[in-house]
Design a protein around this ligand. Structure first.
Ligand code: LMR
Length: 408
C-alpha cells in the first residue's frame, strides 16, 4: 500500500490559515476562512452562547452519556422549526426526518451518502449539479460518497452578480431527476443570491424536470439579518411539494465552529404514504449515521438547543446575529467607499450588492498571490474575502493594498 498512495495536496483553505498563523508581519490581514471576527480581528464568542454555556455547566444533572443515534431530540426538532418554519405543514404532517450531524459538512455528507445508496431515477443514480463556483468541499464530499457531480452557471464575472439566464438554461438542460445543490442564502463563495422572484422560477423549472433540491444552509441569519427571510427559499420549495433535503450548520450563526453542531433534514412530498416513507428513510439514515459516527457530539447541540428552545435566549441570539451581520454590512459600505475614494480602477458596487459573510472581489489569482506576498493579506485564490476579517483598524490598509495591486 505504501507505494500506491499518492501524496494529496494540502487543503487550500486550512493551508491558508496555517500560512497566516506562521506569518510574523505585524499588519497581516486574514480574510481567508469564513469565521466571524470582532473589530479587533479576534474570534467572538456570542454572549448568548456564554450564557447558555454557564447554564449547562451549572446543571447538576449534566452527564457525558451517549446521545441517541439521531442526536439530541430537542435540538433536531428546534432545528426543523428554525429551518422549515414553526408552522411548517411538513412538520405538522410528520414528513421530516432529522438527524444531528457533524456540522454542515457532516450533513452534506450524510445526505450525499443516502442519495448515493438509495436515490434512483429511471434506474440510475443521478448526478449532482453544483453552482459554479461553490463551496470547495462539496465536490470532495460527493466524491467520497461516490456521487458524480457537474456544475451549472451561477456567477457572472462581468456583473459580479448572478448569471440567472445561464443558471436557468443549465438547470433546464440537466437530465430529469438530477440532484441540484442550492445554497439557501448567503452563497459561498460569491455572496450572490437569487431574488425571491428568481427562486420561484428556479423551483418551477426544477419541478418540471423532476429534480431533487439539496439545500445547504450554513448562513441563516447572516444574509438579511432575519432568520425567517433567510430560510425563505427552503420554505418556498417545501410549499411547492418537493421531496428534498437540507444540510444545516450552526458553525457561523452560533459561532460554534469547532463544536460541529449541525443537522440533516429529509423532507418527503405530501401524500397519504408520506409518514411511512419518512419512517423508512429515517431508519436507513440511522444506519448510515451509526456506521459513520455512531452518535453525534453533545456539547454544541446542547448550547444551540437551549438557546433555540428558550424564548429570551432566542431573542438575545437574534440580537447577537444582528451585531455580526451589522458589522459585516458596515465593512462592505466602508470598503466600497474607500476604493471609490481612491479611484481604484473598476467598479466596486458589487461589494455592497453581495451579501452574507463573503465577497467575491473579482481579483484574479495573480493579484491574490501578489497581495499576499506584498501586503501579507490572505484571501482564497478565487478572490473571495471573508468580510468579517475586515475591521476599523485594517480596512484602510486593505483598501490601499487592493488599489495598488489593481493598478499594477
Ligand atoms: C469557508 O468556506 O471558509 C468555511 O465554510 C469554512 C470551511 O470549512 O470551508
Amino acid at each position: 500500500t505504501a507505494d500506491i498512495v499518492p501524496q494529496a495536496p494540502e487543503d487550500p483553505l486550512f493551508g491558508l490559515m496555517a500560512a497566516y498563523r506562521k506569518d510574523t508581519f505585524a499588519q497581516k490581514v486574514d480574510l481567508g476562512i469564513g469565521a466571524y471576527r470582532d473589530d479587533n480581528a479576534k474570534p467572538w464568542v456570542l454572549p448568548v452562547v456564554k450564557k447558555a454555556d454557564k447554564i449547562i455547566a451549572d446543571d447538576p444533572d449534566l452527564n457525558h452519556e451517549y446521545l441517541p443515534i439521531a442526536g439530541l431530540q430537542q435540538f433536531t426538532s428546534a432545528s426543523q422549526r428554525l429551518s422549515l418554519g414553526a408552522d411548517s405543514p411538513a412538520i405538522k404532517e410528520g414528513r421530516v426526518a432529522s438527524l444531528q450531524t457533524i456540522s454542515g459538512t457532516g450533513a452534506v455528507h450524510l445526505g450525499a451518502l443516502f442519495l448515493s445508496k438509495f436515490y434512483k431515477y429511471s434506474g440510475q443514480t443521478p448526478t449532482g449539479y453544483f453552482s459554479n463556483p461553490t463551496w470547495a468541499n462539496h465536490g470532495q464530499i460527493f466524491d467520497t460518497a461516490r456521487l458524480s457531480h457537474k456544475t451549472y452557471r451561477y456567477f457572472s464575472p462581468t456583473t459580479k452578480g448572478l448569471d440567472f439566464e445561464g443558471m436557468m438554461s443549465d438547470i433546464k438542460a440537466t437530465p430529469e431527476g438530477s440532484i441540484i445543490l442550492l445554497h439557501a442564502c448567503a452563497h459561498n463563495p460569491t455572496g450572490v443570491d437569487p431574488t425571491q422572484e428568481q427562486w420561484k422560477q428556479i423551483a418551477q423549472v426544477m419541478a418540471q424536470r423532476r429534480q431533487f433540491p439539496f439545500f445547504d444552509t450554513a448562513y441563516q441569519g447572516f444574509a438579511s439579518g432575519d432568520l425567517n427571510k433567510d430560510a425563505w427559499a427552503i420554505r418556498y420549495f417545501i410549499a411547492q411539494g418537493f421531496e428534498l433535503c437540507i444540510a444545516q450548520s450552526y458553525a457561523k450563526n452560533f459561532g460554534l465552529y469547532g463544536e460541529r453542531a449541525g443537522c440533516f433534514h429529509f423532507v418527503t412530498a405530501p401524500g397519504s404514504d408520506a409518514q411511512s416513507t419518512i419512517t423508512r428513510i429515517a431508519s436507513q439514515l440511522a444506519i448510515l449515521q451509526r456506521s459513520e459516527i455512531s452518535n453525534p457530539p453533545a456539547y454544541g447541540a446542547r448550547i444551540a438547543s437551549l438557546v433555540l428552545n428558550t424564548p429570551e435566549l432566542f431573542a438575545e441570539w437574534e440580537a447577537n446575529l444582528r451585531t455580526m451581520s451589522g458589522r459585516i454590512i458596515e465593512m462592505r459600505t466602508q470598503l466600497r467607499a474607500k476604493l471609490e475614494q481612491l479611484g481604484t480602477p473598476g467598479t466596486w458596487n458589487h461589494i455592497t450588492d453581495q451579501i452574507g459573510m463573503f465577497s467575491f472581489t473579482g481579483l484574479s489569482e495573480k493579484q491574490v498571490l501578489k497581495i499576499r506576498e506584498d501586503a501579507h493579506v490572505y484571501m482564497t485564490k478565487n478572490g473571495r474575502i471573508s468580510m468579517a476579517g475586515l475591521n476599523s483598524h485594517n480596512i484602510d490598509y486593505f483598501a490601499k493594498a487592493v488599489d495598488k495591486v489593481v493598478r499594477e
